[in-house]
Design a protein around this ligand. Sequence first.
Ligand SMILES: [Zn+2]
Length: 323
Amino acid sequence: MSAVSKWLKRLLLLFLAAVLAAGASFYVLYFRRTALPPASPHAIVAPSIASLPGLAACWMETGKTFSNFSFGSTAGSILVRHPAGDLLIDTGNSSHFNDEIRGYPFRTWLKLRFLAGQLTPKIPLPELLGRVKEDPQRLRWVILSHAHLDHAGGLMDLPRVPVLLTQRELEFANDPEVQAKGFAIAAHVLKFPVPGKPTLRFDPQPYETFDESADLYKDGSVVVVPLGGHTPGSVGIFVNLSPNRRFFYVGDAVDDERGFQERVGKSLVLRDSDNDEALANQVVSRLSDLHRKLPGLAILPAHGRSAYKKFFPSGPLSCVSGQ
Ligand SMILES: [Zn+2]
């Protein structure tokens, strides 16, 4: 064998080893999941739901990855149009994401840049809202599933609007340690209410399998429930377009449909940002239980693109109503 072909062979082997290593780490980071025990039994309290004329939900996608594959992820916002004033659920990344993470130590920066950073908007949220004829100035509220930077960052692009957050989540977001890890960004937190002045409180009113709830418009159309685990004050949001067309937006309580369909824990990528891993796993089991009890309810994980595609069959920037 000539020296050239020997080198070529070595190069080929090296390339194959690199591909294998990349595949294995991709699998460990994104796909390997552990089965979880079932949730402890819990009563279900079915709400009465009316069809409200004028109520609609629109998919505002500001970022996506691997969108041609079933495991592709998404980020952004859901706009809820309501006769009493519109609501945005989560806001995705800030369009200034790269500037915002610049001051972090290299390891933190690298993690933020190559995980959440993949979902940075190409088109800022207000411009997307304009495309569905929504004036961002007229929004009544923004509700955040939790305070992490890839859910709150879009506030930096929006005009000042009241942000609905619980006291627990405000305390978490203002914790210097949480900010030092890059989970919450100081500039985003300045857009939140100050701790001590929470804008979201729960009533001892059971709702589905939850013991507490907050009915935002007092008409049963948008009902928020506590979902702490991923962060202490994480919430889930039921949007009831009609008795048969409902979704439950669960933020990062599960990373994708597999979580509640197969009752498996999170991928390593998302687990890394769980504040309380045991509690976060219990929430996955509870969502799996809810899915079994209410198979017609669409559960939307914030980043689970395949779930969005089912609820919004016409894709991003489309709206769905109860009619
Ligand atoms: Zn997230």
